[in-house]
Design a protein around this ligand. Structure first.
Ligand SMILES: NC(=O)c1ccc[n+]([C@@H]2O[C@H](COP(=O)([O-])OP(=O)(O)OC[C@H]3O[C@@H](n4cnc5c(N)ncnc54)[C@H](OP(=O)(O)O)[C@@H]3O)[C@@H](O)[C@H]2O)c1
Length: 340
């Protein structure tokens, strides 16, 4: 039985990890902690957990968070994990960080996009980028996993096969994504109040969103050349789900049948990627509350552009589900345990 600690258990992704672990046959929650002024029962914090778990969540202290755990999930706002990861690793725990602190391999790039200096340079290299469909072998051997961002998960899975095959012309890709409001976390803030979001769609941080360098880092690695993305995120009035519409120019016309074949081969044996047949496009309602990434395609003859639609639940394949998938791989379990 894997003994698991969750830091940030009162947040949206923390709650999802708890829900998954409650149906996981090889994992047991030994510690729940959060910022909190006073301890709370987690099922008082999240009434949907009533009768499922009646465990206390404590104000965070490093020692309290260990509690004999084998693995710790850090579901914290960015800049906090870099303060604690080294401590937990030194104590012999495996660590899965859901924040952005260890995803970028260049600390200078991190500083520029996250507007703060990285304080744990020694562990950046150690952290494996936790996208199981690409790095399963590395994750198997890892003690430390940097769980990917939600938008990057949809974009990278949507693009990996076509970039690996070298079918794209040039190095610029347009990624236009829509997200639900839970992507911003549980803490109240004016921009995400119901009346601010209801009945409205808005673009934000065009070309300046902090997930841009994460996408560029990983897509460049796959393509074997420098890739630039123009990333435009949109906030839409739904609670969860991400849909990314990706535009790229192909070197030559390739039939959609061939594209579907390429993706189906690439993701063969990967239980959480569903490739859609020609003529069918994915939508967020089909990935809501599950760990799948659904991918579909269209081709625009007039512009020679392939349009890829890739959709994930930001809280699951984009965060907590992927984190548990990584845990399963790190402990030699079936990837799907607790998730299907
Ligand atoms: N939401 C998503 O869709 C999503 C997707 C992918 C990745 N992520 C990443 O996952 C991480 C967690 O996101 P979230 O949406 O779950 O955030 P959230 O709902 O805002 O929850 C944050 C959690 O961190 C705790 N916390 C804050 N400061 C702390 C401190 N100093 N010490 C201990 N605990 C502290 C909070 O405790 P209190 O409740 O006591 O304040 C809360 O439990 C973030 O880095 C986020 O970028 C989120």
């Amino acid at each position: 039985m894997i003994k698991v600690s969750i830091v940030g258990a009162t947040g949206y992704t923390g709650e999802q990890i708890i829900k998954i672990l409650l149906r996981h046959k090889d994992a047991k929650i030994v510690s729940l902690t959060a910022k909190l002024d006073n301890e709370v029962y987690i099922d008082d914090e999240f009434p949907e957990l009533k009768n499922l778990i009646h465990q206390k969540c404590y104000p965070f202290e490093k020692e309290k968070a260990i509690s004999g755990a084998d693995l710790i999930f850090l579901a914290l706002p960015h800049t906090l994990s870099m303060k604690f990861s080294g401590y937990f690793l030194d104590k012999g725990l495996k660590v899965i960080d859901l924040s952005a602190d260890y995803r970028l391999k260049d600390a200078e790039v991190y500083s520029r996009w996250y507007d703060c200096r990285h304080t744990d340079l020694g562990n950046i290299e150690k952290a494996v980028y936790g996208l199981p469909e690409l790095y399963e072998n590395e994750i198997k051997k890892a003690d430390f996993v940097a769980n990917p961002g939600c938008y990057p998960t949809s974009a990278i899975l949507g693009l990996a096969p076509v970039l690996k095959e070298g079918l794209n012309s040039g190095s610029e890709i347009i990624i236009d994504s829509k997200t639900g409001i839970m992507g911003a976390g549980r803490k109240a803030s004016l921009a995400f109040h119901f009346p601010e979001c209801e009945g409205s769609v808005k673009a934000y941080r065009i070309g300046a969103h902090q997930h841009t360098p994460e996408m560029e880092q990983e897509l460049s690695k796959i393509a074997g050349k420098n890739i630039k993305v123009l990333f435009t995120p949109h906030l839409i009035p739904m609670s969860r789900g991400i849909l990314s519409t990706i535009y790229l120019t192909l070197k030559k016309e390739v039939s959609l049948g061939k594209i579907v074949e390429l993706y189906s081969d690439f993701y063969k044996g990967k239980p959480f990627v569903r490739v859609y047949p020609q003529g069918k496009l994915p939508q967020t309602k089909d990935i809501r509350s599950n760990n799948f990434c659904d991918i579909g395609f269209a081709y625009d003859k007039a512009t020679g552009k392939l349009v890829i639609i890739s959709t994930v639940d930001n809280l699951l394949k984009g965060a907590a589900g992927q984190a548990v998938q990584n845990m399963n791989i790190m402990f030699g379990l079936e990837q799907t345990e607790g998730l299907i």
